[in-house]
Ligand binder design. Structure first.
Ligand SMILES: *Cc1c(COP(=O)(O)O)cnc(C)c1O
Length: 339
């Protein structure tokens, strides 16, 4: 038994999901003739209260397309120093859109409206890059699955309105925040110009992300997706997994959160752990205190066929997910307590 807790992207489609995929009605989506893709896009546009949604092969491509929609080369994007768009998209913001990132020193990947105000370059001061976009991530990945305070998001929306800035949400794990905080997609649709969501994380799909927004922003999105090489053909087989997941595998995210909470409790009792970031969703970030070296701890985990992620600076990451069973959970807790 391999216990793979590196990411919630390691899941395999369930039987029900595979059946939905195999029986999907498909067509050529580049001609917008794939009825399953069209159905998924309509479903998500409606959920977020937006006019448009567009299917993408990856969350990275959806975020990169959003940055491209909102900016011109030379512009500056305000985001947190932990942001996925800055740390984990291969430098795509500068490569694809020719923009720089103004990094805010937030708390677990989250910042305040006041920090945004202070980071906006005066538009008439032509020496500095023109600020055009603010980007927020919810839940935060590097921040350990932390959820934003919705009131702060509303304040940032007001700042964006006052300064005519675009406002994009990297909602790769927004579903987890909605479950954890009892919020709705509609709440988020009202605040943001564009939102990317991943189907391939906690929802358990093999592939797929969606970008939602209103026509003013999204009319160019299909061209940008084509330029990035993301125009796919009979991709309805993948969209079918997304529709199935939204209908059948959304509520169960609460189980991942409960398991993560239980792991937090166990980790907090162990004499070789220095610190556990407070757990809110399905990500746990913790640090060792030196009783075991990093290599030692990793070797002990591999000996039990347990896989975790290294986040650098001595931090480890666990992500609970659909394929992390109760039996695996019991075994993992036993192993942690036995070291
Ligand atoms: C996973 C993730 C993405 C997108 O990743 P892909 O692997 O390209 O789908 C974007 N943002 C965050 C915060 C993520 O965790």
């Amino acid at each position: 038994m391999i216990i793979d807790l590196r990411s919630d992207t390691v899941t395999k489609p369930t039987k029900g999901m595979l059946d939905a995929m195999m029986t999907a009605k498909v067509g050529d989506d580049v001609y917008k003739e794939d009825e399953t893709i069209n159905a998924l896009e309509e479903k998500l546009a409606k959920q977020f209260g937006k006019t448009h949604a567009l299917f993408f092969p990856t969350g990275t491509m959806a975020n990169q397309a959003a940055i491209k929609l909102h900016t011109q080369p030379g512009d500056q994007v305000i985001c947190d120093k932990y942001a996925h768009i800055f740390n984990y998209e291969g430098g795509g913001a500068s490569f694809n859109s020719g923009v720089s990132c103004r990094l805010l020193d937030g708390n677990r990947g989250m910042f305040t409206a006041q920090q945004v105000v202070e980071a906006i370059n005066p538009p008439d001061f032509y020496h500095s890059p023109l600020t055009t976009l603010v980007e927020v991530e919810n839940t935060t990945n590097k921040g350990g699955g932390a959820c934003w305070d919705f009131e702060e998001i509303k304040k940032i929306r007001t700042v964006c309105d006052e300064h005519q800035l675009g406002f994009h949400l990297d909602g790769a794990r927004l579903w987890n925040a909605l479950i954890a905080k009892n919020e709705t997609a509609l709440d988020y649709g009202k605040q943001f110009d564009t939102i990317s969501v991943c189907l391939s994380k906690g929802l358990g799909c093999p592939v797929g992300s969606v970008l939602v927004g209103n026509e003013a922003f999204m009319e160019k999105a299909i061209r940008i997706r084509k330029i990035f090489g993301g125009g796919m053909r009979q991709a309805g087989f993948l969209a079918a997994a997304g529709i199935y997941a939204l209908d059948h595998q959304f509520e169960r995210l609460a189980e991942d959160h409960a398991k993560a909470k239980a792991l937090e409790t166990v980790l907090n009792t162990l004499d070789y752990i220095k610190k556990v970031e407070p757990v809110e969703t399905n990500i746990i970030i913790f640090e060792l205190n030196g009783k075991f070296t990093d290599a030692d701890f990793n070797a002990k985990m591999s000996a039990h066929h347990i896989r975790l992620s290294d986040m650098g600076q001595g931090k480890k990451r666990i992500v609970t997910h659909h394929d992390y069973t109760n039996a695996m959970h019991e075994k993992f807790c036993e192993v942690l307590m036995s070291l």
